[in-house]
Design a protein around this ligand. Structure first.
Ligand code: HEC
Ligand code: HEC
Ligand code: HEC
Ligand code: HEC
Length: 169
């Protein structure tokens, strides 16, 4: 065999050996046990703390809000989209019925203009759907710089929820 072929073969052998050694060292122990993934990832993820309760749980104590919301434009929104993760609140709020909730159980109340603008601010990049002859966004957008009614007395820009009920806008 010519010399240069021998050198090439030994170079390949070294690379393959290195690959096999690295594979042994670097592959996590549980890899491949139940498929082409790390089996330990499942119990590890199960141990993670939960943060969201889901709207069904909120409805158990706040049926009036759900009834309100179910017939309006916001029917499809989950409570926690606006109020933030609420599992702790949902589990323990009952103990404080009629009293003030401790800070740790209070939820976000998205009552500022920018809270609504997250979804409703005019944004040229949002997907449009064509509907009759009008090009319309999936979520009705308003230019919050123009749709900003001012209180005649105080001269302040009104917050959205002073005109729109957030649960039934
Ligand atoms: C076990 C009953 C219970 C569940 C479940 C529950 N809540 Fe409450 N919630 C309460 C109580 C009690 C209060 C205190 C005020 C009151 O009596 O209405 C409250 C108050 C609130 C308030 C106003 C006070 C604040 O935190 O700013 C919001 C908003 C709220 N809940 C949203 C939610 C959402 C969203 C969920 C679902 C993730 C939820 N709640 C699940 C019992 C519950
Ligand atoms: C579009 C965002 C949005 C969604 C979705 C939403 N909320 Fe609210 N919610 C608000 C805002 C804003 C307020 C504050 C209203 C205010 O201060 O007048 C509020 C207030 C509340 C309050 C306190 C009422 C009070 O009188 O203090 C409760 C309880 C509540 N929401 C529960 C829910 C529940 C339960 C759901 C799901 C069924 C839900 N919300 C979905 C925006 C939302
Ligand atoms: C998580 C996104 C989201 C947030 C936050 C949100 N909305 Fe909406 N809103 C929607 C969707 C989705 C609809 C239903 C589609 C539509 O009609 O535009 C809607 C519909 C509406 C409509 C009816 C529009 C129409 O078709 O005539 C109004 C008014 C409205 N929202 C006001 C508000 C106000 C006020 C707030 C703040 C308290 C708010 N929204 C917060 C997603 C959101
Ligand atoms: C002074 C009361 C008032 C305030 C404050 C107000 N709106 Fe409105 N909004 C209205 C009225 C009235 C209409 C319906 C009139 C129309 O269709 O032009 C409307 C319509 C809308 C619509 C539907 C537009 C459409 O395409 O049909 C959306 C979305 C909306 N408002 C979101 C908001 C948001 C977000 C805020 C806060 C940044 C806000 N509004 C503040 C009174 C108000």
């Amino acid at each position: 065999m010519p010399q240069h072929i021998k050198r090439l073969i030994s170079a390949f052998a070294v690379v393959i050996l290195l690959f096999l050694v690295m594979q042994q060292v670097l592959t996590p122990k549980s890899f491949g046990k139940s498929g082409h993934y790390r089996a330990d990832a499942i119990p590890e993820n199960k141990l993670k703390e939960l943060h969201y309760a889901g709207s069904a749980m909120c409805t158990k104590c706040h049926e009036d809000m759900q009834t309100d919301k179910a017939v309006g434009f916001h029917a499809q929104l989950q409570c926690e989209v606006c109020h933030g993760p609420g599992l702790k609140h949902a589990r323990y709020a009952d103990r404080f019925k009629g009293k003030d909730l401790p800070d740790s159980l209070l939820l976000h109340k998205p009552d500022q203009r920018q809270d609504c603008a997250v979804c409703h601010q005019l944004n040229a990049a949002r997907i449009k759907i064509v509907f009759d002859t009008i090009n319309q966004s999936m979520i009705h957008q308003v230019n919050t710089l123009k749709h900003n009614p001012i209180d005649k007395k105080t001269k302040e820009v009104l917050r959205c929820i002073e005109c729109h009920n957030p649960h039934q806008p």
